[in-house]
Ligand binder design. Structure first.
Ligand SMILES: N[C@@H](CCC[C@H](N)C(=O)O)C(=O)O
Length: 267
């Protein structure tokens, strides 16, 4: 019998191990997620996307951060997940819905392989600060299904050292937070770096880009608008409307294979 099937993919270089598990039989422990995501002793990834077919409802993305923790939503992950479903012939190309812990997300898989995700409402929940590289940054707390503190700043984000966890206020974010640092280049053109909860600095965070645009618009006294966001791993487009938002960007599958059964069993 073969080992556990896997694929590797990324969305703007936010990378994932996908585990097709239609019948929900995989025992995906925290230790197994950590080992899979480890860039030395595993395959290496920012997170794991387990692909489950519930008895009722759409295909479900069971997302885990690299440290084994569970998060409500992953915008880049949904794009890669949707691309996989089409590539595997599990759904026809075009429009369909992906289930997540943050609710059902309608997607459109475009002929060029890019994917648009209906991310749902974006809620500004307050303000807070974070500290990194010896400086304090003020930001806007944004709920995109998962928690963010998006800080628009004039400090060039290339100068930040995000190798350590930036300080944040646990009273405001008792479950942790994703931290975005954002430069506005001109109207509708942003660049962003991110320190993700449960991962560390990543090359992109889809929900983070939505939070970044919401934070920028908020600072402009606006609630709707659109922007491109340049991240270390590429570019995405975000649109925020009344009670809704969309994220559009690439989704790439790079490899597929089988995990060694003895290694998996040892974890
Ligand atoms: N990279 C993701 C977000 C993944 C979850 C996040 N680390 C959290 O814990 O909330 C994205 O593309 O949105």
């Amino acid at each position: 019998m073969g080992g556990v099937e896997f694929l590797k993919g990324h969305g703007t270089e936010n990378d994932f191990v996908l585990l097709p598990d239609p019948d929900g039989v995989l025992d995906l422990t925290e230790a197994r997620v950590r080992a899979l995501c480890d860039r030395q002793r595993g395959l290496g990834a920012d997170g794991v996307l387990r692909v489950v077919r519930p008895e009722v409802g759409p295909w479900f993305m069971d997302y885990r951060n690299a440290d084994g923790s569970i998060a409500e939503m992953c915008g880049n992950g949904v794009r890669v997940f949707a691309h996989y479903l089409v590539d595997a012939g599990l759904v026809p190309e075009g429009e369909f819905v992906v289930g997540t812990r943050g609710g059902e997300k309608p997607v459109v898989v475009h002929p060029d392989g890019s994917v648009t995700v209906e991310m749902g409402p974006v809620r500004i929940t307050g303000t807070s600060t974070t500290k990194t590289t010896g400086a304090d940054f003020a930001g806007v707390a944004v709920d995109v299904g998962n928690p963010h503190l998006a800080c628009v700043t004039d400090v060039h984000i290339a100068t930040l050292d995000l190798t350590e966890q930036p300080h944040f206020d646990p009273a405001v974010f008792p479950n942790g937070v994703n931290l975005e640092f954002v430069n506005v280049l001109r109207d509708g053109v942003l660049r962003m770096r991110v320190h993700e909860r449960g991962v560390g600095e990543t090359r992109s965070c889809g929900t983070g880009t939505v939070a970044a645009v919401a934070s920028w618009l908020h600072g402009e006294g606006r609630t709707t608008g659109q922007a491109t966001v340049d991240v270390l791993g590429g570019r995405v487009a975000v649109e925020i409307g009344e009670g809704r938002s969309t994220l559009t960007g690439p989704a790439v599958l790079v490899a597929r294979g089988e995990l060694d059964q003895a290694w998996w069993d040892s974890l």
